[in-house]
Ligand binder design. Structure first.
Ligand code: 4NP
Length: 172
């Protein structure tokens, strides 16, 4: 690899997953994405974080039902505590990934330039072909199956997201 470009030049991409409460979908996306990046050999090149658009659960661990679903799928909680989206995130992250349309609208309402808005791309951008969902559904008011379904949907999205991140690293 060209030492002046890509990972070996120390360029890091920063990715922020966003949902409403930052206790179900976005921490799951963070954990599933980090594992996919590790498998792809890109963990050192991409920094991953998550937050919510609402402050209801700030400081809390992910929802116990989401942690159980992640554990069933073989993932381990990395210590994340819920935080709310802040305007400085537009500067600090290359890619800001809302889980559903409502999260996307809430983020775009806070953007103050076209450049900030361009950093916001919904999770569905990387859904696998033939996916029946149009967004990552909120599992909060449902049962365990909904949490398992979110983890599985996120996992199916990772090949394309990792491919995009690999491409951005190569171009940088
Ligand atoms: P999340 O799920 O946005 O995926 O973290 C929710 C968490 C909390 C609430 C709704 C959804 N709530 O209404 O408190």
């Amino acid at each position: 690899m060209d030492k002046e470009k890509g990972q070996s030049a120390g360029r890091r991409l920063r990715v922020l997953f966003v949902c409403l409460g930052n206790i179900c979908r976005s921490p799951a996306a963070e954990i599933v994405c980090r594992a996919a990046l590790e498998r792809a050999g890109l963990a050192a090149a991409v920094e991953v974080d998550s937050c919510g658009t609402a402050a209801y659960h700030v400081g809390q661990k992910p929802d116990a039902r989401m942690l159980a679903a992640l554990e069933r799928a073989g993932y381990r909680y990395g210590g994340h505590r819920a935080r709310v989206f802040r305007r400085s995130d537009f500067r600090e992250f290359d890619l800001i990934i809302p889980q559903d349309e409502s999260n996307r609208e809430d983020l775009l309402a806070q953007a103050r330039s076209a450049e900030e808005g361009r950093r916001v791309l919904p999770m569905s951008t990387w859904f696998a072909d033939g996916e029946s969902e149009r967004e990552v559904p909120d599992p909060y008011y449902g049962g365990a199956a909904g949490f398992d379904a979110v983890v599985a949907l996120l996992e199916r999205s990772m090949p394309r997201l990792v491919q995009e991140l690999r491409g951005r690293l190569a171009d940088s």
